[in-house]
Design a protein around this ligand. Structure first.
Ligand code: UN1
Length: 506
C-alpha cells in the first residue's frame, strides 16, 4: 500500500505537459502544431507536437543516410551497449513514462507498467541477440586455398511505422530491432500517440544513439506514405491494419530504388475454443482478461469465443459475472481495470458495430462507462454463426458462438476461413483435442488453458501469418536477421600475399 501511494504521488508529480521540440538540428518539422488531448479527459491537453509533412521526409533521409554510414561501422558491442543504456534510462524514468502512457494513450497503471517492462526487455533482448548473432563472422569451410566468411550487416535506413495501442513497447521494439541490426531508423509514431514516442527517442539519444541514426518524424498518414515511397528506404517495419500493410507493400513494389523487405504485424480475428472439459473459473478469468483488459485494444485480444453447448450457459454466467466486476474509469486510479478507448473515432466505430449487431443478435453491456471521455463498456454479442463477424473489431467487444461437440471440426474450419492467423486460445483438458486444433490452424501464437495476451519478449516470440502479417516474430531469436543482410566474403588464400589481415577479421 505504501509503495502504491508513493507510486501514485510520483505519477502526479510526473504529469507535466510535454511539448515536443525538434530533436535534430536542421530537421524541424514543417507542419502544423497539434495539441494532444487525453482520451480519459478530452478537455485536458497532454502537450503538443509539430507534425512533419511529406516534404520533410527527404531531409530526414539525407541525414539518416549519413548516420547509417557511421552506425553500420560502429562495433556490434558498442551498439548493443548503447541499447542497454537506453533500457536503464527507461527504467529510471518509469514514473514519468507511466504517467504519459496514462494521459496520452489512456493506459491503466498495470498496462503502463507492463508496457515499460516490455520496452526495456526489447532493448536488452535485441542487444543480447545482436551480440550473439552479429558480433563475429562465421567461417565456412571451403576447398584448400580458399576461405569463406559469413556475416551480417545493416541494410540502410529503415522506416518504423508504429501503432497507438503499444505506443512505447511496439514503437521501441521496431526501433531497437532495426538499430541492433545496424540500420539507421526514421520512426513515425501513430498520430494519436506522438509524445510518448518523443520521450522514448529523447532517451535513446541520451543513451548514445546518434541523432541522425534515429530520427523522430511525427505525422499523419501522408508522412508514412512519403516515407515508404522514398527510393532510399531500405526496409519497413510496420504494425497496424492489414489494409495499410497492403498499401505499403504496393508502394514498396512500385517505388524506385532497391527491392526492400516489409516486416508487418497486422490484425487478428482471434478465437478461443472452450470445450466441456475446461475449468470454468479459469475460463472466466482468461476470457475477461483476453477480451476486455486493455479495453480490448491489443492485436492479440480475444474477439470470437466458441463455447461447447453443454457448458455454455454456465460459462456465460461466470464470464458476465466476472466482466461486470471490472471498473471502468480514470487510468491513473490504481483501482481501475479498464481505461478509455483511444479516441472518438474508435468509440464511434464501436458504437456503430454494436448498433448494427443489435438488429439481429443478443447484445449485452457488462458495465457502465463514464459519460465524459472516450470510454466504452465491455459488450458481449451472441452470434448464431461465426461468419457473422468478418473483421477485427478493435475494442472491448466479445462475440460468442455456441457449438456442439461433434461440430468441432467445423469450428476449426470457420477459424481458418477468416484468413487471419495471430492468436488462438484453447481451453480443454483433452490433449488429443488440443493437438487436433493446433495441427489444423496456421496461427502464430497459441495459448492453451490460459489467457491469450501479453506475449513475453524472449520466451514467447509474437507475430502471425496470413492476414495477420509477415509472420516474423518480434521478441524472437530470428527477428533481427529480418532487418539485416547477409554477406559472404570468399578469399583466395593461396594468392600471393595471402590476405592474412582479411582472414583475421573472421
Ligand atoms: C498488438 O497489440 O499490436 O501479446 C500486438 C500481446 C502483445 C500484443 C502486441 N504483445 O498481447
Amino acid at each position: 500500500r505504501a509503495d502504491l501511494d508513493q507510486l501514485v504521488a510520483g505519477l502526479a508529480r510526473a504529469t507535466a505537459t510535454v511539448n515536443a521540440q525538434p530533436l535534430n538540428p536542421g530537421l524541424a518539422a514543417s507542419g502544423k502544431a497539434q495539441p494532444v488531448l487525453a482520451p480519459a479527459d478530452p478537455g485536458r491537453e497532454v502537450g503538443s507536437v509539430v507534425f512533419a509533412t511529406a516534404a520533410d521526409v527527404d531531409k530526414a533521409m539525407t541525414a539518416a543516410r549519413a548516420g547509417f554510414a557511421r552506425w553500420s561501422r560502429t562495433p556490434v558491442q558498442d551498439r548493443a551497449a548503447t541499447l542497454e543504456r537506453a533500457a536503464d534510462l527507461l527504467e529510471k524514468h518509469r514514473d514519468a513514462l507511466m504517467a504519459l502512457l496514462a494521459l496520452e494513450a489512456g493506459k491503466t497503471l498495470d498496462d503502463g507498467l507492463a508496457e515499460i517492462r516490455e520496452a526495456v526487455d526489447f532493448c536488452r533482448y535485441y542487444a543480447a541477440q545482436s551480440r550473439k548473432r552479429f558480433a563475429t563472422k562465421e567461417r565456412m569451410p571451403g576447398p584448400t586455398g580458399e576461405d569463406n566468411h559469413y556475416g551480417w550487416r545493416g541494410r540502410g535506413v529503415f522506416a518504423a511505422i508504429s501503432p497507438w495501442n503499444f505506443p512505447l513497447a511496439i514503437f521501441l521494439g521496431q526501433v531497437t530491432a532495426a538499430l541492433a541490426a545496424g540500420n539507421a531508423v526514421i520512426a513515425k509514431p501513430a498520430e494519436q500517440t506522438p509524445l510518448i514516442a518523443y520521450r522514448a527517442v529523447q532517451l535513446l539519444h541520451e543513451a548514445g544513439v546518434p541523432k541522425d541514426v534515429l530520427i523522430y518524424l511525427p505525422g499523419a498518414g501522408d508522412v508514412g506514405a512519403a516515407l515508404t515511397a522514398h527510393p532510399a528506404i531500405a526496409g519497413v517495419a510496420f504494425t497496424g491494419s492489414t489494409d495499410t500493410a497492403r498499401a505499403i507493400n504496393r508502394t514498396l513494389a512500385e517505388k524506385d530504388g532497391p527491392i526492400v523487405p516489409l516486416i508487418a504485424e497486422t490484425g487478428g480475428l482471434n478465437a478461443m475454443i472452450v470445450d466441456a472439459t475446461a475449468l470454468p473459473e479459469q475460463v472466466a478469468d482468461d476470457v475477461v482478461m483476453s477480451a476486455f483488459r486493455s479495453a480490448g485494444q491489443r492485436c492479440s485480444a480475444l474477439r470470437l469465443l466458441f463455447l461447447q453447448n453443454d457448458v455454455a450457459d454456465r460459462m456465460m454466467d461466470m464470464i458476465e459475472g466476472a466482466a461486470s466486476a471490472l471498473k471502468i474509469g480514470d487510468p491513473m486510479d490504481p483501482s481501475t481495470d479498464i481505461g478509455p478507448v483511444i479516441d472518438h473515432a474508435q468509440k464511434e466505430m464501436l458504437e456503430t458495430h454494436i448498433t448494427s449487431m443489435r438488429k439481429s443478435h443478443a447484445v449485452r453491456a457488462t458495465g457502465k462507462a463514464p459519460e465524459t471521455g472516450t470510454f466504452f463498456a465491455p459488450h458481449i454479442v451472441e452470434l448464431d454463426r461465426a461468419d457473422r463477424l468478418d473483421r477485427e473489431i478493435f475494442g472491448p467487444v466479445l462475440h460468442v458462438v455456441r457449438y456442439r461437440a461433434k461440430d468441432l471440426d467445423q469450428v476449426v474450419e470457420s477459424i481458418a476461413a477468416s484468413g487471419y492467423g495471430l492468436t488462438l486460445g484453447i481451453h480443454s483438458r483433452v490433449d488429443a483435442t488440443v493437438s487436433r486444433i493446433i495441427d489444423r490452424l496456421d496461427v502464430g501464437n497459441v495459448y492453451v488453458n490460459r489467457n491469450m495476451i501479453g506475449a513475453v519478449v524472449g520466451t514467447q516470440p509474437f507475430g502471425g501469418s496470413g492476414l495477420s502479417g509477415t509472420g516474423f516474430k518480434a521478441g524472437g531469436p530470428h527477428y533481427l536477421t529480418r532487418f539485416a543482410q547477409e554477406q559472404v566474403v570468399s578469399i583466395n588464400t593461396a594468392a600471393a600475399g595471402g590476405n592474412a589481415s582479411l582472414i583475421a577479421m573472421g
